[in-house]
Design a protein around this ligand. Structure first.
Ligand SMILES: NC(=O)c1ccc[n+]([C@@H]2O[C@H](COP(=O)([O-])OP(=O)(O)OC[C@H]3O[C@@H](n4cnc5c(N)ncnc54)[C@H](OP(=O)(O)O)[C@@H]3O)[C@@H](O)[C@H]2O)c1
Length: 386
């Protein structure tokens, strides 16, 4: 029996890497559903190759254009977020959650409610809704398989029989494109410089998050909710080579880590094949060629976004939701050249200071707080108050 897969965000970097693996294992996987926001041309190509039963385009104009060009009469074409549940009514075994930002929350919620396994690339959904998501998975006996290379590494080496014997999780970070750039030189950084990651090829939003290290901050929060380890036992270490993808330290002094090339096809294939393993086209590591791996502490003065994420995690309740929403708006404003690179953390901090931290009891609360925080951030940006 082939595993049936639905990909939310199939036209993005993670979506395409997932399809690359599926294409190489036609005996193991088939595609049921695909989704995109605007990129109807890429979605059309994917439909021709993978022949899904249903697709969705979030953007109305792209949806119309797709319908005009699509000649597959058996394909159901849908639009908007309301159709996410309908997509999952088609028989699916595994959902790849690869939409960027909190826009990816609903597909994750619907999939978990249906008890489906979720390969979670969309870290923002876990950051903004935290234990609501993990409790939902538990309640419906649904698996969350982390795609993020760091969390995937931890998942691979975490000995669940000895969870109480874990002394520390260590998330490794590349340090992004400005690791060796002085803080004073970051003033006039342009979006095209910030999206050039030295090791990973990724979408624009996560690339900017890597440059500010908010990405590691979001991952810190993601690790806290995924693995249920106290925040003071989760550390971040800069490891510019991106070979060790993260580590679990046990009380007996053992430290287990997963290593591999910085290529998302490895963690993605792990989630698709789980609990098995499948071959990939990822180049194998040559340790003698690598020779040396380096590690050092991140400079929180240079990366204030990481400090903001630590603070939000300490505060808990709605703080991570506000942090995430403010960051999404600030990153988009930077990409649109409305604010400077160094203004991103300032805008996020101002939003956190202006917002009241409240309890989150439902996904409806998450959606409301996300929306309110976005409004606060947009106002701050429009009024230049940062
Ligand atoms: N890329 C990586 O190596 C990597 C590694 C770890 C984790 N992640 C996480 O994986 C997620 C995806 O990252 P990515 O790099 O693949 O991003 P990406 O290349 O920008 O792709 C994003 C995907 O989501 C779709 N999308 C964007 N906004 C949407 C909306 N409002 N509604 C519906 N669909 C929307 C896009 O459609 P269009 O193409 O039509 O715009 C595209 O298919 C992020 O949460 C990221 O943090 C990525």
């Amino acid at each position: 029996m082939k595993k049936k897969i639905t990909i939310f965000g199939s036209t993005g970097s993670i979506g395409e890497s997932t399809l690359d693996i599926v294409k190489n294992h036609p005996d193991k996987y088939e595609i049921v559903g695909l989704s995109a926001d605007k990129n109807y041309k890429k979605l059309l190509e994917q439909v021709r190759i993978f022949n899904p039963k249903i697709v969705s385009l979030n953007n109305k104009e792209s949806f119309k254009k797709f319908k005009e060009l699509n000649d597959n009469k058996n394909l159901k074409v849908t639009n908007g977020t309301d159709c996410y549940e309908e997509i999952l009514d088609f028989n699916t075994d595994l959902v790849m959650a690869a939409i960027t930002g909190s826009a990816g929350l609903l597909p994750v919620v619907f999939a978990l409610e249906k008890g489906l396994s979720v390969a979670l690339a969309n870290k923002e959904s876990l950051v903004c809704s935290g234990s609501l998501i993990t409790s939902m998975a538990k309640l419906n006996n649904a698996k969350i398989l982390p795609v993020d290379s760091e969390h995937n590494a931890i998942y691979q080496v975490l000995d669940s029989r000895n969870k109480s014997k874990i002394s520390r999780l260590i998330l490794t970070a590349s340090g992004g494109p400005f690791l060796n750039t002085k803080l004073s030189e970051l003033k006039d950084i342009k979006p095209e410089q910030a999206i050039k990651h030295p090791n990973w090829s990724m979408g624009k939003k996560i690339s900017i998050d890597s440059a500010t290290m908010m990405n590691k901050g979001l991952e810190l929060i993601e690790a806290f909710f995924l693995f249920n380890i106290p925040e003071n036992q989760i550390d971040v270490v800069i490891h510019p080579e991106s070979i060790i993808h993260s580590c679990v330290e046990y009380m007996d002094g053992s430290m287990l880590s997963q290593m591999g090339q910085p290529d998302m096809r490895t963690p993605i294939s792990y989630t698709l094949a789980y609990p098995e393993r499948i071959p990939t086209n990822v180049e194998k590591l040559d340790l003698c060629k690598i020779q040396k791996l380096t590690f050092f502490k991140p400079d929180l003065n240079k990366y204030p976004c990481l400090e903001l994420a630590y603070c939000s995690l300490k505060l808990k309740k709605s703080a991570p939701t506000i942090l995430n929403a403010a960051n999404e708006v600030a990153v988009q404003a930077f990409l649109d050249e409305k604010i400077k690179f160094l203004s991103i953390p300032k805008v996020v901090e101002k939003t956190l200071n202006k917002s009241s931290i409240s309890n989150i009891n439902s996904i409806k609360d998450v959606i409301e707080i996300d929306k309110e925080s976005r409004n606060v951030t947009e106002d701050l940006i429009n009024q230049g108050l940062y």
